[in-house]
Design a protein around this ligand. Structure first.
Ligand SMILES: [Zn+2]
Length: 208
C-alpha cells in the first residue's frame, strides 16, 4: 500500500512550448512544506491498469539546468528523460531538492571545498552535511494522483530505487540513464559510482 505522509494538491495543468517541443505540465503544491513539484507528462493514457509506466524522478539542479554548469550531468539526464517520455510515454516528476537535498547554498559551499581537492562526498562531510537527504513523498503523492503504482524507473541511483519501493511504488524494471557528458563531469560521475554505489560504467571499461 502506498504510504502518504504529506499533503500534495494538484494546482493546474497546461501546455508549455519549449525547444524540445510542447510539454504537458502538471503543477502541484505541498501545503506542508510549500514545495511545488511538477509532473512533465508524456502519453500516460496508453498504460492501463498494472502496466508499468516509464518514470523519471528528477531533482532540481540550478547550477546545470539554469547556469549551464558542466560539473555534473543533471541537465543531460533531465533532457534525456524528457526525450525518453516523449518517445515512449511516461512522465518526469521534478522535485526541488537541490544538491541531493542539502540546498543550493550548501551545495555551493561544497563546490568551494571541491576546488581544494575534496570529492563530492568528502566535501559534504567536511561541512557536516549528509551525502544524500532527498526524499520522495511528493513524488509518490503525484503518482497516486495519476493512479500510477507500477513503473519502469529511469535512474542510476540505487538509493532512489530503495526509497521509492519503501514508499510503496513497484519498480518492475530500472532503465539505465547514462548520458554523454562533459569531461569535467566525469570526476563527479566516478565519485557517484565508486562511493555512492551508482550503477555507472567505470571510465576505463567500454559501455555494454
Ligand atoms: Zn547537478
Amino acid at each position: 500500500m502506498i504510504q502518504q505522509k504529506t499533503i500534495v494538491q494538484f494546482v493546474a495543468e497546461t501546455n508549455l512550448p519549449t525547444t524540445q517541443g510542447v510539454l504537458r505540465i502538471r503543477a502541484y503544491r505541498n501545503s506542508d512544506t510549500g514545495h511545488e513539484p511538477i509532473a512533465i507528462l508524456g502519453d500516460i493514457h496508453k498504460f492501463e491498469g498494472s502496466t508499468p509506466v516509464p518514470l523519471r524522478v528528477h531533482d532540481a539542479c540550478f547550477t546545470s539546468e539554469v547556469l549551464g554548469s558542466i560539473k555534473c550531468d543533471c541537465k543531460d539526464q533531465l533532457d534525456a528523460s524528457i526525450a525518453y517520455i516523449q518517445q515512449h510515454g511516461g512522465l518526469v516528476i521534478y522535485l526541488h531538492q537541490e544538491g541531493r537535498g542539502i540546498g543550493l547554498a550548501n551545495k555551493l559551499a561544497a563546490y568551494a571545498l571541491q576546488e581544494q581537492g575534496f570529492d563530492t562526498v568528502d566535501a559534504n562531510r567536511q561541512l557536516h552535511l549528509p551525502d544524500d537527504v532527498r526524499e520522495y513523498h511528493d513524488a509518490v503523492a503525484i503518482l497516486t494522483d495519476l493512479n500510477i503504482s507500477t513503473v519502469h524507473l529511469l535512474t542510476n541511483n540505487p538509493r532512489k530505487v530503495e526509497h521509492l519501493e519503501q514508499l510503496g511504488i513497484q519498480i518492475a524494471k530500472r532503465i539505465p540513464l547514462e548520458v554523454q557528458t562533459s569531461t569535467t563531469a566525469q570526476a563527479y560521475l566516478e565519485t557517484k559510482r565508486a562511493r555512492m554505489g551508482h550503477w555507472l560504467h567505470p571510465k576505463s571499461e567500454p559501455k555494454a
